[in-house]
Design a protein around this ligand. Structure first.
Ligand SMILES: [Zn+2]
Length: 402
């Protein structure tokens, strides 16, 4: 049984240990030690990284009561070796800030809103807790109040104690959740002044102040409850710098000061929408002119099969021209090429006549693609753009015969 040094001293980063066994874990060498300060993944807290006898540890897992130190490369030192071990403190301290921040935030939600935490996840950039109450009962003000309360506990710099408790001690504690997995309790606040008591096997700082700050970022519906996303300590700074960087880049592009971004983006969006509408109107006007020109140079009643270029050769342009031709009583069989792909649009006036949906399906097959639609209007496309003229000619002869 490996002695877990991190449970009594979460600040231990250097230690010596003897390798008692070597294992294989998902194709990688894994070492078992007689004692370890490496935290194995569990309770929402990821595993520590570091080195054992100079070999890089990339994962630590507890399997059937054995703590496996999984190596990134190589076999590492042999069983029986006495080795120097080092825990990656930056990673561990970040996990301690996030995990203890979670305890304080969960305690705040419990105390202020009676919302219990059902699970915790410590992610790469942010963390989440799932609360047993729906978002409707946790509006923005409730999130802000819990954030403020959690930070009050941080800045009060209260003592934190994490240790095993006797059944008698347990019975006297105001536990936030049942101690189902053991009697190790993380206590916040001094003796007789317990602010939070929660069963936990994680690594926690000596004082709440080490968490630094807790920022609640957002909340969303999660099953019947709410998922709250947050970040603590150094991550709050990292997120602030990241947000600042993004705002600066956006401000530079829009040539405005960051506080004016929302107004500038709103204006830009409105302008974009107005331009899209104007573009549609112009396309329809251009299509009408083109339809008049095409009708004028063809015998009355004959289908108009033609390849269109430029804006009118796009799917939207083809549809506008085809509908304009149909409005002039013609069978329209138009095609165009956009980004190396051939597009088709067939249209005619309502009433009896050739089924353009079926006709287009055949034409699209010639182009190696798919398409279809109603008897009076059909669209499709295919990758064999070089066969567009052939497909249009075949459709024209079919439409003229039927
Ligand atoms: Zn915990």
């Amino acid at each position: 049984m490996t002695q877990k040094l991190h449970l009594s001293d979460p600040y231990m980063t250097q230690f010596e240990a003897t390798i008692t066994a070597t294992r294989l874990r998902e194709g990688r060498a894994a070492l078992v030690l007689d004692r370890t300060a490496f935290y194995p993944e569990g309770g929402g807290q990821p595993a520590d990284h570091g080195t054992v006898g100079g070999a890089p540890v990339v994962d630590v897992v507890e399997v059937d009561g054995e703590i496996l130190h999984v190596l990134g490369t190589g076999d590492g030192p042999a069983a029986g070796s006495r080795v120097a071990c080092a825990v990656d403190w930056a990673r561990r301290f970040d996990h301690m800030q996030q995990h203890h921040g979670q305890h304080l935030l969960s305690a705040a939600f419990q105390r202020l809103r009676g919302a219990a935490t059902t699970s915790f996840h410590l992610g790469m950039e942010t963390c989440t807790i799932d609360l047993d109450q729906p978002p409707a009962r946790l509006p923005r003000e409730a999130l802000s109040a819990a954030e403020a309360e959690a930070n009050r506990l941080v800045w009060a710099d209260l003592p934190v104690e994490a240790r095993e408790h006797t059944p008698e001690e347990l019975a006297a504690l105001p536990l936030r959740k049942d101690a189902t997995k053991g009697a190790r309790i993380v206590l916040v606040g001094g003796a007789g002044d317990v602010v939070d008591a929660s069963p936990c096997g994680g690594t926690h700082p000596r004082r709440t102040g080490e968490v630094g700050a807790i920022a609640v970022l957002r909340a969303q519906k999660w099953g019947a409850g709410t998922r709250v996303e947050f970040a603590c300590g150094g991550r709050v700074l990292a997120l602030l710098h990241q947000a600042e960087e993004r705002l600066s880049r956006a401000s530079a592009v829009l040539r405005c000061a960051p506080p004016e971004l929302a107004v500038a983006v709103g204006k830009l969006s409105e302008e974009g929408q107005a331009r899209r509408k104007e573009l549609e109107r112009l396309l329809v006007a251009l299509a009408a002119v083109e339809a008049d020109r095409l009708v004028g140079c063809r015998p009355a009643g004959a289908p108009v099969a033609v390849r269109l270029e430029g804006s009118l050769g796009s799917p939207a342009g083809l549809k506008a021209v085809a509908q304009a031709l149909a409005a002039r009583g013609r069978i329209a069989l138009v095609g165009g090429v956009e980004e190396d792909r051939a597009h088709l649009c067939f249209a005619r006036a309502r009433g009896p006549g050739v089924h353009l949906g079926e006709l287009l399906r055949e034409s699209a097959e010639t182009l190696g693609g798919k398409g279809g639609g109603a008897p009076e209007l059909a669209q499709g496309s295919g990758p064999d753009a070089v066969r567009l003229d052939e497909a249009l000619a075949a459709a024209a002869s079919r439409a003229g015969v039927e």
